[in-house]
Design a protein around this ligand. Sequence first.
Ligand SMILES: Cc1cc2nc3c(=O)[nH]c(=O)nc-3n(C[C@H](O)[C@H](O)[C@H](O)COP(=O)(O)O)c2cc1C
Length: 188
Amino acid sequence: MEQPVKILGFVGSLRKGSYNKALMRAAVELVPEDAKIEVFDLEGIPLLNQDLENQPPQIVRDFKAKIRSADALLIASPEYNYSVPGVLKNAIDWASRPYGDNAFEGKPAAIMSASIGSLGGARAQYHLRQSFVFLDMYPLNRPEVMMSFAEDNVDAEGNVTNEQTKQLIRELLEALVHWTRKLKDKPQ
Ligand SMILES: Cc1cc2nc3c(=O)[nH]c(=O)nc-3n(C[C@H](O)[C@H](O)[C@H](O)COP(=O)(O)O)c2cc1C
């Protein structure tokens, strides 16, 4: 049997009751049998100071090591002011540095977003994809998981209750596993 695909997940919201954390929790439950998800908590990553990029804090070293040892990445994030939240952007910036030591290079990645608004965080997803170009990543195109009106689709315990969203997450994970295996099989 093939090795399970190792997926590293992280969430662009630190909020305890985060709807995006709920999406990630659902993904961990719905992951296909031939894959597993480990979640890295971005809490505690300090603000990037380029003076320190050659001696990054331990949490950044750990984050980069986890990214490197993963076969694929799964990001769940809110949209802040029509873009990527600082928490997530800051973590990505750290892990992309110093120049020439970008941990994201060549990584397949899938994105999910949740918002209390009607567009489900779509604009943050497209801004994230713009960064993926420079980071030389391989984002999955479809399905797009954008949970709008999140408060109506997550219960008080932080479980995603919307069956359609759960089905989309299942499909996203299956597609990510397929995409990751396809890229691994690609002749160099
Ligand atoms: C600083 C800030 C900016 C926000 N900007 C947007 C936005 O541009 N679009 C949007 O749909 N929601 C926006 N929201 C609302 C978020 O969708 C909502 O707070 C959501 O619950 C955040 O995700 P979380 O539940 O994972 O923390 C914003 C919230 C904050 C705190």
